[in-house]
Design a protein around this ligand. Structure first.
Ligand SMILES: [Zn+2]
Ligand SMILES: [Zn+2]
Length: 141
């Protein structure tokens, strides 16, 4: 999801994170992308610009962001972890054809969790899979 953050450095500092160049760049990719990137995606985008960057650094930085509540982890597939800088509650739809993961709004989950009344929900994920509208048009499915 596209986040409008005027000062990424301040945003990180407010969350208790010291904004190094690498952290700034990694967060900017997350905030400016609709793609819900993986470690691999972020590494590939940044390594020409920061040749000293390693995948481990990207991974550890994302862990740090997660710990400070700045990113949401998306495990829509067992074998890939994606990250989202938009931590507001929303669902993710993955197209099985093009692999794109899109956001969608969930208006009100209250009726859904009525049966859990009295429980404390600390995490929620809403994943849908299928074929996106574009791919359906293209393949006539
Ligand atoms: Zn698609
Ligand atoms: Zn999202």
């Amino acid at each position: 999801m596209l986040l409008k953050i005027e000062n990424v450095g301040q945003y990180l500092r407010d969350a208790g994170i010291k904004p190094s160049i690498q952290r700034l760049k990694i967060f900017e990719i997350l905030a400016k992308s609709y793609e819900h990137p993986t470690v691999e995606n972020i590494y590939t985008q940044l390594s020409p610009e920061i040749p000293t960057l390693s995948k481990t650094t990207v991974y550890n930085t994302l862990k740090l962001f997660q710990k400070h509540g700045l990113v949401m982890v998306i495990n829509i597939e067992d074998n890939e972890t994606r990250y989202d800088a938009d931590t507001s509650f929303h669902g993710h739809f993955k197209c099985n054809v093009c692999g794109k993961v899109s956001d969608f709004n969930i208006p009100n989950t209250q009726p859904l969790i009525e049966s859990l009344k009295g429980s404390l929900i600390t995490e929620s994920h809403y994943y849908l899979k299928g074929i996106c509208a574009e791919c359906r048009l293209r393949t006539d499915n």
